[in-house]
Design a protein around this ligand. Structure first.
Ligand SMILES: [Zn+2]
Length: 373
């Protein structure tokens, strides 16, 4: 999930998921045309719109504070946080590694909902303070809404299904009890899936009994939670198995390379039909200058095979199609998924020192997840 980069706080890049632009508008609109007019009918529409926009803006800030609290605690526990991507219901703090014990996980997980509760309390106290001044009615309405929404954020995130905060708390407790991260993650994810299904059913019930909008929201949230729980488990297992594994440990060192001057018909005969690999680094002198895959060869018409050379059809070298021997296997897998190439060259100081395939990584993954407790 990518986002738009905004700014940095305590060294952490804050980004917005694209859905926020739609959601921001929807929230401001539904507040300005539904919620505030029905609660404060005496105010005029422009006041409702100001309240709507301020409401959406402070909701955004509230979610940011929630996520920053997670990240701040993680940082204090020695985990580097690269980026926070904000979604509507919360965010994803991109921790650079998994927390190594259940106590730290518990602290990081509980911090977010606690900060939302504190914000709810602050907004509620401010709301109480403005009640005595009728001319502040615009703020009274806004503050009440913000107290309510922060309380909702805390309650929603405390739902005990992984990957929500409550699910992380549950996982940390199981982790402490069983001593196995994999088992604890499985239990917390299963719980998350079932809670997701429960929320979907509640939503459908709501729709059938006439609560169309509320029911619809429940269905969306349920679907979101269910798929997140499923993906979260796989991701944890994969990250755990590949943690610390470097590309150099998995790559094969016998690199079969081709010169750029080779004609395509020679490439097919002497390489494709002889070695049966589908990807070859193109080497000129000592340096790697490009990559040729079966896909490019297939794009050359048959009658051009005698004329065209490797140099003319290869992919010139660029950062996305090469790997460093010291990079992580997880990064290699991500690069393969992004580029759609199942086989990438490993390059050091301009020289191709190895090749790594998706199969190399997946085989290790399979072995390690089978052995993992
Ligand atoms: Zn959270």
């Amino acid at each position: 999930m990518k986002g738009v980069k905004l700014f940095k706080v305590i060294g952490i890049q804050i980004s917005l998921n694209y859905t926020w632009f739609i959601v921001f508008g929807l929230i401001a609109w539904s507040l300005a045309s539904g919620y505030f007019p029905s609660h404060y009918p005496d105010l005029n529409p422009s006041a409702h719109w100001i309240m709507g926009f301020l409401g959406a803006f402070f909701l955004f800030l509230s979610v940011l504070v929630h996520e920053l609290t997670h990240s701040y605690i993680a940082k204090r526990e020695g985990i580097e946080v690269k980026e926070i991507i904000l979604f509507i219901f919360g965010g994803v703090s991109q921790l650079t590694k998994e927390l190594e014990d259940s106590k730290k996980e518990l602290k990081v997980a509980i911090g977010g909902p606690l900060s939302s509760l504190v914000l709810a309390l602050i907004f509620w106290i401010l709301f109480k303070a403005t009640l005595r001044s009728p001319h502040l009615i615009l703020f009274t309405g806004l503050l009440w809404y913000l107290a309510f929404i922060n309380l909702s954020l805390a309650v929603f995130n405390l739902i005990p299904g992984f990957p929500l905060d409550g699910g992380r708390v549950l996982r940390a407790l199981y982790w402490r009890k069983t001593g196995s991260l994999k088992k604890a993650t499985r239990i917390a994810s299963e719980t998350g899936k079932w809670i997701g299904i429960g929320i979907i059913l509640l939503g459908l019930f709501g729709i059938l009994t006439g609560n169309l909008i509320g029911g619809f929201w429940f269905v969306i949230i349920g679907i979101f939670l269910r798929s997140a729980a499923e993906g979260g488990f796989q991701q944890v297992v994969m990250k755990g198995a590949l943690e610390g594994v470097k590309v150099r440990e998995l790559m094969s060192r016998d690199v079969i390379s081709v010169p750029p001057s080779l004609h395509i018909h020679q490439l097919v005969e002497d390489f494709y039909l002889t070695h049966k690999h589908i990807t070859y680094p193109v080497i000129e002198g000592e340096r790697m200058i490009g990559l040729i895959t079966l896909k490019q060869v297939k794009e050359v018409l048959r009658d051009q095979w005698m004329v065209k050379t490797v140099r003319e059809v290869m992919m010139p070298i660029r950062e996305e199609i090469i790997l460093d021997p010291d990079s992580e296997a997880v990064d290699a897998l991500q690069k393969m998924i992004r580029t759609g190439e199942g086989r990438l060259p490993v390059v050091k100081d301009g020289k191709a020192v190895g090749m790594i395939t998706r199969k190399d990584i997946l085989n290790l993954l399979e072995i390690k997840t089978d052995l993992m407790e």
